[in-house]
Ligand binder design. Structure first.
Ligand SMILES: Cc1cc2nc3c(=O)[nH]c(=O)nc-3n(C[C@H](O)[C@H](O)[C@H](O)COP(=O)(O)OP(=O)(O)OC[C@H]3O[C@@H](n4cnc5c(N)ncnc54)[C@H](O)[C@@H]3O)c2cc1C
Ligand code: FES
Length: 358
């Protein structure tokens, strides 16, 4: 059907089905029958390690695939409330077809623990579009150094699997940090790739074994400086900081591409900056002294449970109206005090008195 006609039919159908979008009705028949929404059925579940779960998903026809390194928003209803989180597909890039997510359960993580414990074939999840620019360039570099820690393995594994599948002939160095050998999802596959594919060099380091090893420049010095090498890094903030420091010192900062799964909010509070004022959460009728952290963290500390997704400024699910007062965007440092503005409370910290519709 030509696009305009399809859109016309869609508008008429949605108007008839009002007040709800047509997908709300279709899901009563079959959650995988959708007009507009992208959803995915879990078709396989593997628990590769004690802390992770690997899901193979069969998406609906709207899914247009991902580029290696990108992420998708996944939504799931838990106890009647839809939760949204982001995951980076670990499979090689595709334009359609199945995708694979590996979720590492955080000890206090609501969605990751739920999936680790309850994911089963047949479960249906909401799926966003693939997004993000942490991905390989169209013109591939001569050497690719992929560095990851813990759950950060997924986007760089997608890169390596894509390069291998496409017959890339440059060098691939895959450096991964995990607590122990048993804590590495895909370990058998990684070791096999390192053994059997000429241009792949896999280096696994363990941080909680007797010889506990954290990142040092020596782990990549032989390859990071190769002419034309590019470095791709994803992992916990301590690993990211150590690799950044090395790249800066070695003059390689412009070759380093990074992705973080969470924001290090411990650096938000400036010890030299006085913290003043109160935060008023107007919808909850609660006021508490400003402690300098983000509005999301302060609201949670005050016992409130505002909606959030990524906690790092990419999904907008935490957006609320700041009715009055001044806030600082912790990513850009920008101050804003215009009244009645929508702000993302996960990346804004109050400066003095603030009233927010939470
Ligand atoms: C781009 C991107 C890609 C990602 N890819 C992957 C991936 O491939 N694999 C993977 O495993 N993960 C990935 N993640 C991380 C994932 O999206 C989730 O953040 C992670 O699974 C934790 O979610 P959760 O619901 O289990 O934890 P949450 O329950 O959201 O908890 C996370 C943290 O939020 C804080 N918190 C939450 N609620 C409260 C409260 N009431 N009071 C105080 N503090 C609170 C705690 O500090 C907690 O540790 C990715 C994230 C991003 C942004
Ligand atoms: S939670 Fe995603 S932007 Fe705030």
């Amino acid at each position: 059907m030509p696009n305009t006609l399809a859109r016309l039919v869609e508008t008429i159908v949605e108007a008839t089905a009002s007040p709800y979008p047509v997908d709300r009705y279709l899901e009563l028949i079959d959650p995988m029958l959708t007009w507009r929404d992208t959803r995915a059925k879990v078709v396989d579940v593997r628990r590769q390690t004690d802390r992770s779960v690997t899901l193979t998903l069969q998406p609906t026809r709207q899914w247009t695939g991902h580029r290696p390194g990108q992420y998708v928003e996944v939504s799931i209803v838990i106890n009647g409330v839809r939760q949204r989180r982001h995951f980076s597909p670990a499979n090689a890039a595709t334009r359609s077809g199945e995708l694979e997510l590996t979720v590492t359960a955080h000890s206090d993580g609501f969605v990751s623990r739920h999936l680790r414990e309850n994911a089963r074939p047949g479960m249906v999840l909401g799926l966003g579009r693939a997004e993000g620019d942490f991905t390989l360039p169209t013109e591939l570099p001569d050497h690719v150094v992929l560095i990851s820690g813990g759950s950060g393995i997924t986007p760089v594994l997608s890169m390596m699997r894509t390069l291998v599948a496409e017959g890339y002939r440059g060098g691939i160095t895959f450096v991964h940090y995990a607590r122990t050998p048993d804590d590495v999802p895909y370990r058998a596959e990684l070791e096999a790739l390192g053994r059997t594919v000429d241009n792949v060099d896999v280096r696994l380091h363990y941080t909680r074994t007797a010889t506990g090893e954290h990142f040092t420049g020596a782990h990549i010095a032989d390859v990071a400086g190769i002419d034309g090498a590019q470095l791709y890094l994803c992992g916990p903030s301590s690993l990211m900081a150590a690799v950044r420091e090395y790249a800066d010192a070695a003059g390689l900062a412009d070759r380093l591409h990074t992705e973080a799964f969470s924001l290090d909010t411990s650096v938000v509070v400036d010890p030299d900056e006085p913290i003043t004022g109160d935060v008023t959460y107007s919808a909850a009728d609660v006021t508490a002294p400003n402690d300098g952290r983000t509005l999301l963290e302060q609201a949670e500390a005050a016992g409130l449970t505002p909606e959030y997704g990524c906690r790092m400024g990419i999904c907008f699910s935490c957006t609320k109206v700041r009715t009055s007062g001044c806030t600082r965007n912790i990513l850009t440092g920008e101050l804003d005090s215009e009244p009645d503005q929508h702000i993302q409370i996960c990346i804004n910290a109050p400066v003095g008195d603030v009233e927010i519709e939470v």
